[in-house]
Design a protein around this ligand. Structure first.
Ligand code: NOJ
Length: 561
């Protein structure tokens, strides 16, 4: 078979959080038929790749990232026929589906784990990290959702879970397990998927001997990153995975690969890398949460320059090696405006500026559902409405640190993953058209749904949605498509604070400059080039005189050079 390895590079990717996109059967939770019913919307936005967060059978301890059957669909989302229909219907509209591949861990309700638990001598016991330890947990690693990374199952028997205790880690050292996983991956690829977004894949190799480390907190534990992320030897598994599965299909693989050091980028996304592309998280948390979300800094309180330089470094390093995947939002973060912009300045134009800033970086852009509408955090005030395991953990950390519940909630709510997981607002009817009226939705609908919704924005030429559609058009269908896809990235105007500015250049062809102001003041910028046509602006006003560009507060422009 003749496989084109670059077919995905000119696409726009979109992430759906299936629980919250569209509820077709009126039970308050989004489902696959709901997604299928909205494919026309996605097509009109120009989406070419559609990443679904997990829809496999799952007890939903971690929103479906705890899979109890890799070959089945959870009943809350529908069934396999619905999935096949979605793949077919998406195909008809030129959209390829990416499933979420969660193979660092499964659910403790997976039959493998149940057998392993029941019989320490079973084949399945070898699929997990069971360790006997007489003096408590086998080591002092802290899990990502808080507490020990080990759970006792009676006597001196423990199993490892880098995430929640309902997400036992799979033991990739076991060749039988690896075969089972490859079979499963091929089962899905045979259905004609576009590929996978690959969850937590950098964690599949653990440090030899599972050593304890020096405590980094009064709890006596140590974060597990140094012992279970990008550990030497991981490449053997990733190469095998690729060869046995992805290599044999025309698919794209997008790795969730946080913390990959520069010198290893080539192994991950170089010409013969393990994956087609990957997300870089180096610039997504400038607020740096150290101990917990309640100790995070708010917008304006962290170093803008450091954040910007990290973003530039990521672009510069990645383009030497391969093609990255760029994003502003996903299901694990609050809405971007909340992270980057002080609350007093929030408005649709600022959403456009943020969109503009990320959308023309080098790499395939991923839009997260609702980002194209300029959604904000819904403003949770009570932990009781929260579903997310991570938010509950950070709330407990804040309470344990002595914060009053109200204060703890206020601080933790800013960064809750549920901010981005509330139902998608389709229109101004009850429940924002996400569920039928009278239905209680699994998370509350956003309080702004009457004004911020897809129907309202579709009929407003000045909406954030209209701006996103224009960005998609420029990126895929205009005379600038080629330079935006392949052009070299270079930062410019670094002497200005609160400014993200870069050029994209295809020598001998086109050259573009993107200039985005993060200042709440009007300002003047001396351009280092002769400006040509204005390609895009977040605001209607625009002026360049004698090589000096005047920008309104939070304005972005894209200019031809
Ligand atoms: C990353 C996923 O994006 C997140 O939602 C999940 O909690 C962890 N991996 C564990 O699967």
């Amino acid at each position: 078979m003749n496989i084109d390895r670059n077919w995905w590079k000119n696409k726009i990717a979109y992430q759906v959080y299936p629980r919250s996109f569209c509820d077709a059967n009126g039970d308050g939770t989004g489902d696959i038929k709901g997604i299928t019913s909205k494919l026309d919307y996605l097509q009109s936005l120009g989406v070419g790749l559609l990443w679904l967060s997990p829809v496999y059978r799952s007890p939903m301890d971690d929103g479906g990232y705890d899979i109890s059957d890799y070959r089945d669909i959870d009943p809350i989302f529908g069934n396999m026929d619905d999935m096949d229909e979605l793949i077919r219907e998406a195909d008809k509209r030129g959209i390829k589906i990416l499933m979420d591949l969660v193979i660092n861990h499964c659910s403790d309700e997976h039959e493998w784990f149940k057998k392993a638990l029941a019989d320490p001598n079973s084949e399945e016991a070898g699929y997990f990290w069971f360790v006997n330890s007489k003096d408590g947990a086998p080591n002092n690693w802290r899990s990502m959702f808080g507490g020990s990374a080990w759970e006792n199952v009676g006597g001196d028997r423990y199993y490892m879970h880098l995430f929640s205790k309902k997400q036992p880690d799979l033991n990739w050292e076991n060749p039988v397990l690896r075969e089972k996983l490859y079979d499963m991956v091929n089962f899905w690829l045979e259905k004609g998927l576009g590929g996978f977004r690959i969850d937590a894949i950098v964690h599949i190799k653990k440090m030899e001997g599972l050593p304890s480390g020096p405590a980094d907190n009064p709890d006596g534990m140590v974060g597990c990153f140094a012992y279970a992320r990008n550990i030497d030897g991981i490449g053997d598994y990733l190469t095998e995975l690729r060869k046995r599965t992805f290599d044999n299909y025309q698919c794209v693989t997008v790795a969730e690969a946080a913390g990959v050091p520069n010198e290893q980028l080539v192994d991950y996304i170089g010409k013969d890398g393990y994956f087609s592309t990957m997300f870089d998280f180096s610039y997504s948390e400038p607020y740096n949460y150290g101990h917990g979300w309640h100790t995070c800094k708010g917008p304006g309180e962290w170093s803008f320059r450091r954040w910007r330089d990290t973003l530039y470094a990521s672009q510069l390093d990645t383009q030497k090696i391969g093609y990255g995947a760029v994003f502003l939002e996903n299901h694990d973060y609050p809405r971007a405006i909340q992270k980057f912009i002080p609350e007093k300045d929030h408005c649709p134009r600022v959403q456009m500026m943020l969109g503009n800033m990320f959308f023309f970086l080098r790499g395939i852009p991923f839009i997260y559902q609702g980002q194209e509408l300029g959604m904000t955090n819904p403003g949770f005030t009570s932990i009781d409405v929260i579903d997310d395991i991570s938010t509950k953990n950070h709330y407990s950390l804040a309470i344990n640190d002595g914060l009053e519940p109200e204060k703890a909630m206020k601080l933790v709510a800013r960064y809750s993953r549920d901010n981005a997981r509330v139902p998608f607002p389709w229109d101004d009817s009850e429940n924002g058209g996400f569920s039928a009226s009278g239905v209680k939705t699994w998370l509350p609908v956003h309080p702004d749904y009457k004004t911020v919704n897809a129907a309202a924005e579709m009929s407003d030429p000045n909406s954030v949605l209209a701006f996103y559609k224009e960005m998609v058009r420029i990126r895929t269908k205009s005379e600038y498509a080629e330079v935006i896809q392949d052009g070299v990235f270079a930062p410019i105007l670094k002497q200005y604070d609160k400014l993200i500015a870069y050029t994209r250049t295809l020598v001998g062809k086109k050259r573009l400059a993107v200039i985005c102001s993060f200042s709440d003041k009007k300002r003047k910028i001396k351009l280092p080039f002769d400006a040509g046509a204005l390609v895009l602006s977040s605001h209607d006003e625009y002026s360049i005189e004698d090589g000096v560009l005047t920008l309104l507060p939070y304005q972005s422009v894209m200019l031809e050079i």
